[in-house]
Design a protein around this ligand. Structure first.
Ligand code: EPZ
Length: 431
């Protein structure tokens, strides 16, 4: 396409990493918390939000509703007082599925919302039926028309909502909608991700009268409050990004390096760290760090199944596949959350990884000799897997469409460069 320039990464491998990398604030905690500011009647300060494309998209979405947002240093000041528009347009929603998270808070505060259906994405159809069914149970009238979800609710009334699947987004939308619902709402089979707990902590910090029990477990109870309830003046910092932390821990292991991953929460990564231990990985851990030691020769293959939290996170599956392709022995990865989350496989195979697919299973032969090659990003975590593989591959790798990586990793090239990797970002005409 003439004239269009896009960022690419140029990586030369293999690499040794050393030093310390500081993990950024979680994308998947920041996005629902930004949406939850719609529930506020006054300006809120969110601190340390990561500089990511998706955060910018959510900011644009909130501003399109009428929020006024200012950024001073590390603080986002979001003022939802002037919301005067209740529609999330397709142009924004199509670029970020998490836009659906404004549905619950708009319904709760204004009794009305028009949100474009997210449409599929690279990793699957990703419907929002569980969001819609749950909100209907709370009393919303919802129907879809011309690709939009149209929702109205004179009032929301608390009740028991039993989720057929512990959907993260559906749990978050219901949690936000239940805030102003009359009476008590109980969400059963709720998602248990740390980001759910963080959202609940934010809501209770914002509204001290709000009582939420069980966030982070499979049963959450919310005692709804009046919209006029008093709000506290808060500056809220979401939790660190557990998926970014896992990505850098894997990088340390793949590059056989001594690498400290700091400002992370190892207790949000138990199932992942258990798998690494079972593979023979050597690392120290504390409350807020994981320190990886050189141990690549000892690492052996292991079978992985992705599960809802606290099981092995699907968002680390692609990065784990990169690691498993360079350790001793065979591994089988079973992806049980998304129906199409192996888009990274053909690109990894082009770099020499020996991976064969059979439905939702990937068989990964270890000890692959990886060679640099021109590759293309397809989705966020697949892109992270390509970056990881390029760090250990022999020779040059040119990674195109890195905008996928920039959605969820704050300056990943600079972080790896500061750890000693031969990586640079170029802005080149798109082929
Ligand atoms: C969140 O997506 C994360 N995104 C995803 O991270 C993560 O992969 C996913 O949770 C699972 O952990 C954010 O938090 C912004 P789900 P979400 O609802 O809420 C199906 C990343 O890389 N489903 O738990 O969309 C759905 O199709 C991203 O950072 C329905 O069928 O995940 C999928 O197969 C990718 N109907 C499964 O459930 C629904 O109404 C998990 O979806 C909702 C979901």
């Amino acid at each position: 396409m003439m004239g269009i320039k896009m960022d690419v990464f140029l990586v030369e491998g293999p690499n040794k990493l050393s030093g310390e990398v500081r993990i950024s604030t979680s994308k998947n905690s920041s996005l629902p918390i930004m949406a939850a500011t719609i529930l506020s009647k006054k300006k809120i300060a969110l601190s340390q939000l990561p500089h990511l494309r998706d955060i910018r998209t959510m900011r644009k979405l909130l501003e399109s509703l009428g929020c006024r947002i200012e950024i001073h240093g590390d603080e986002h000041y979001i003022d939802p007082k002037s919301i005067n528009h209740l529609e999330a347009p397709y142009e924004l929603v199509k670029t970020m599925r998490a836009s659906i998270l404004v549905l619950g808070p708009l319904l709760a505060r204004f009794g009305e919302a028009k949100v474009s259906l997210p449409g599929g994405c690279a990793i699957g159809a990703r419907p929002v039926d569980l969001h819609i069914e749950g909100l209907k149970k709370l009393g919303a009238e919802i129907h879809t028309d011309k690709g939009y979800v149209l929702a109205k609710a004179k009032k929301l009334v608390g009740c028991e909502v039993d989720l057929p699947f512990p959907s993260v987004g559906a749990t978050e939308n219901l949690l936000m909608a239940a805030t102003f619902a009359e009476g008590t709402t109980k969400i059963s089979n709720a998602a248990r991700e740390p980001e759910i707990e963080d959202l609940a902590l934010f809501l209770c910090a914002l509204y001290p009268e709000l009582e939420i029990q069980g966030a982070g477990t499979h049963e959450i109870t919310i005692k709804g409050i009046s919209k006029d309830s008093a709000e506290a003046d808060i500056v809220y910092t979401p939790i660190p990004d557990r998926i970014e932390a896992a990505t850098f821990i894997i990088a340390g292991l793949m590059c056989n390096s001594d690498l400290a991953v700091v400002n992370c929460r190892p207790h949000h990564l138990e199932s992942f760290l258990e798998k690494l231990k079972a593979m023979g990985a050597i690392f120290d851990r504390g409350e807020e760090y994981v320190h990886v030691k050189p141990c690549k020769e000892k690492l052996k293959g292991i079978d992985i199944q992705t599960e809802p939290y606290p099981g092995f996170p699907t968002d680390v599956q692609a990065q784990m596949m990169s690691l498993l392709s360079v350790v001793n022995g065979k591994s089988v990865i079973t992806e049980k959350i998304f129906e199409n989350r192996f888009m990274h496989v053909p690109e990894l195979v082009r770099m020499g990884a020996q991976i064969s697919l059979d439905g939702n299973k990937a068989v990964v032969e270890g000890n692959s000799i990886l060679e640099g090659a021109p590759v293309m990003c397809t989705d966020l975590r697949a892109s992270a897997a390509l970056v990881l593989t390029s760090l250990v591959a022999n020779g040059k790798t040119r990674i195109q469409r890195v905008y996928h990586v920039d959605r969820g990793y704050e300056g990943i090239d600079k972080k790896f460069f500061d750890l000693g990797a031969k990586i640079k970002r170029l802005n080149e005409p798109m082929e």
